[in-house]
Design a binder for this molecule. Structure first.
Ligand code: FE2
Ligand code: FE2
Length: 325
């Protein structure tokens, strides 16, 4: 029976490939697109990178609504550049996801149909111009805490995309802080506007790190695969410790009565976010979930003619090249 040996051989080959994968991870080397990976690793990476890409794209909406209403040409130009950066991040990340065999059109379809998620934070509305500054300071600040360790993620294309993205996020954080500093040096009404925005965004920003470690069942596997380097609670603590002195310098109150320095731990103690609210927002029932997805869907449908034109142009080009050859 000539075919009989193929099954054990295939099993052997798979075991050797798995060993190779484990060795790559243990040596802290990068996994590259052509390398064999366990199916679960591929599925986890596709899900994480897609969710990240979707977050960048949906994340353009809360601030995007303020581009036409920003109070000066300078502020409009800054905001426009920032929102464009987020589009760029989305594009890098969709490309990184494609190296794992994912199809870009499928990913967009899964975002629009609600099969794949994006960060819960972008389901909150930006109610005043101060919100754009607070989003830069707190939301981009939290994103940096999450994403800097991802520059050492075991999947090479994701880790490399993250290096440039983190540089731009850090610029976003500073521009937000600079905007808030300007407003805090302004009128009492401007100062109140900033405080109101901080009150609205503080708790949703803490939720960006995900549920507490005890309720985060995927963390252990992601850490074993060196996709994730720190737990949700470690990153949340880092963000709070980093942000408290910035809030003091700015002259705003963080809306948490339990927030205080703990000299024994060498960290700030702080209250728990409302996890019931978090589950509601992740489950699709936040203040803006329906609006965010509807807007993305409308933009995708309105762009159909661009995709058709690009495909027609590519086909024409290919036919011309074929004719020349
Ligand atoms: Fe971004
Ligand atoms: Fe950003």
């Amino acid at each position: 029976m000539p075919g009989a040996a193929t099954v054990p051989e295939a099993g052997l080959a798979e075991a050797a490939l798995e060993q190779q994968f484990e060795r790559t991870i243990a040596r802290d080397q990068r996994v590259e697109p052509r390398d064999w990976v366990p199916d679960a690793y591929r599925a986890t990476m596709v899900r994480q990178i897609a969710q990240h890409a979707h977050s960048e794209i949906i994340g353009m909406q809360p601030e995007g609504t303020w581009i036409t209403r920003a109070p000066s040409l300078r502020r409009k130009a800054i905001l426009l550049a920032k929102v464009q950066d987020e589009a760029g991040h989305g594009l890098y990340l969709y490309s990184a996801c494609e190296t794992l065999g994912a199809d870009r059109a499928d990913l967009t379809g899964w975002l629009i149909s609600g099969r794949q998620k994006y960060s819960s934070i972008f389901n909150y509305p930006a109610l005043s111009f101060a919100d754009t500054g607070v989003i830069g300071w707190l939301v981009d600040g939290a994103a940096i805490c999450n994403q800097v360790p991802l520059c050492r993620c075991s999947y090479g294309p994701y880790a490399r995309a993250m290096i440039r993205i983190c540089k731009e996020e850090s610029f976003h954080q500073r521009q937000g802080y600079e905007q808030l500093m300007t407003m805090m040096n302004g009128t009492a009404a401007q100062q109140e506007m900033v405080q109101g925005a901080v009150d609205r965004w503080w708790w949703p920003s803490l939720m960006m790190f995900g549920p507490p470690d005890a309720a985060s069942p995927n963390t252990a596997q992601s850490m074993a695969w060196k996709i994730k380097r720190h737990t949700n609670d470690e990153l949340r603590q880092r963000f709070v410790d980093m942000t408290v002195p910035q809030a003091e310098a700015l002259g705003v109150r963080l809306p948490d009565p339990d927030l205080r320095w703990n000299p024994t731990r060498g960290h700030h103690d702080f209250g728990a976010p409302d996890w019931a609210e978090f589950r509601q927002v992740v489950g699709g029932n936040g203040p803006c979930n329906a609006q965010r997805v509807a807007h993305r869907k409308a933009a995708h449908e309105a762009g159909a003619w661009v995709r058709e034109a690009a495909a027609a142009h590519a086909a024409k080009q290919a036919a011309r090249d074929g004719a020349v050859a």
